[in-house]
Design a protein around this ligand. Structure first.
Ligand code: 5RP
Length: 267
């Protein structure tokens, strides 16, 4: 791995503890102005001080992220479908490496759809991106997307998808937490982060997901809706941060949430 790629990765994953709180705000690329992300900057500006990485598309980066903010950018570079389709897997590359470099991205992210009609296409997109990333010093995150088929998220499927992503050369993989997650971690030779998925019933559920994923070997989260769809999004990210970087338990993270919530105005 060349120096530039290592340096970018070190911006994404904190060298002090090898962990990362990535704030996922890239949903609009296929969901449009989804709930609480209607005006992206309004959603993420208060959260950025507590995130290690901000995950966005180039359109949101250029329109809604202040270039002076000190936050590494994980740039979403795949897309081409919308929630109006039943099958979300027909993705291509939406941003060239030249623009990713011009935007000073610290890494690029791409979805792969293993087991779908577009499996081959999305895996070859990943391969192409990894070739370009290795050439230009840009880390690539593969996202084991399931589209609308949320029930696919079990250890057997996710272990398969994560391993394929790593074998093709992804430097980091984002996947979902599931029962038996340690099997997914064991079979994946590159760092794994977990998405939160649709908003869970309680804050404690989201903290539990992050806690269990970390216990099983994930190096962090790339979480969106469970943070910014919460009425107390700053309190929420503080609780997640406590789990990821301070080894907090679910109870301790809930205490962080309650204390911070007490001091904040609902969004
Ligand atoms: C959107 C994504 C999201 O970044 C990912 O799903 C994480 O967000 P959330 O925690 O809301 O699931 O890949 O396609």
């Amino acid at each position: 791995m060349d120096w530039g790629l290592k340096n970018r990765l070190a911006r994404m994953i904190k060298p002090s503890d090898g962990r990362s709180v990535m704030l996922a705000c890239d949903h609009g690329y296929f969901m449009g102005p989804t709930r609480k992300l209607e005006v992206p900057r309004r959603t993420f500006e208060p959260l950025v001080p507590y995130a290690d990485v901000l995950s966005v598309t180039r359109g949101v980066l250029r329109t809604s992220v202040d270039p002076s903010w000190d936050i590494p950018i994980l740039l979403r570079v795949s897309g081409g479908t919308s929630v109006l389709q039943n099958d979300l897997s027909d993705e291509g590359l939406t941003v060239g490496m030249k623009d990713a470099l011009r935007l000073n991205a610290s890494a690029v992210s791409i979805s792969i759809f293993v087991g779908t009609a577009h499996e081959r296409q999305t895996l070859l997109n990943l391969a192409k991106l990894v070739d370009e990333g290795e050439d230009r010093g840009m880390p690539v995150m593969a996202i084991t997307a399931v589209g609308k088929e949320l029930e696919k998220r079990d250890a057997r499927y996710l272990a398969l998808a994560c391993r394929i992503a790593a074998e093709i050369g992804a430097h980091v993989v984002k996947t979902y937490y599931c029962e038996g997650f340690s099997k997914v971690v064991e079979g994946c030779p590159v760092p794994l982060v977990v998405a939160g998925g649709p908003k869970l019933n309680t804050e404690a559920d989201a903290f539990q997901l992050a806690y269990d994923a970390l216990q099983a070997g994930a190096i962090g989260v790339d979480m969106g809706r469970n943070i910014w769809q919460n009425d107390h999004s700053v309190a929420m990210i503080k609780g997640i941060r406590a789990i990821v970087h301070e080894g907090a338990t679910v109870k301790e993270a809930s205490d962080v949430f309650d204390q911070s919530k007490g001091a904040s105005i609902p969004a």
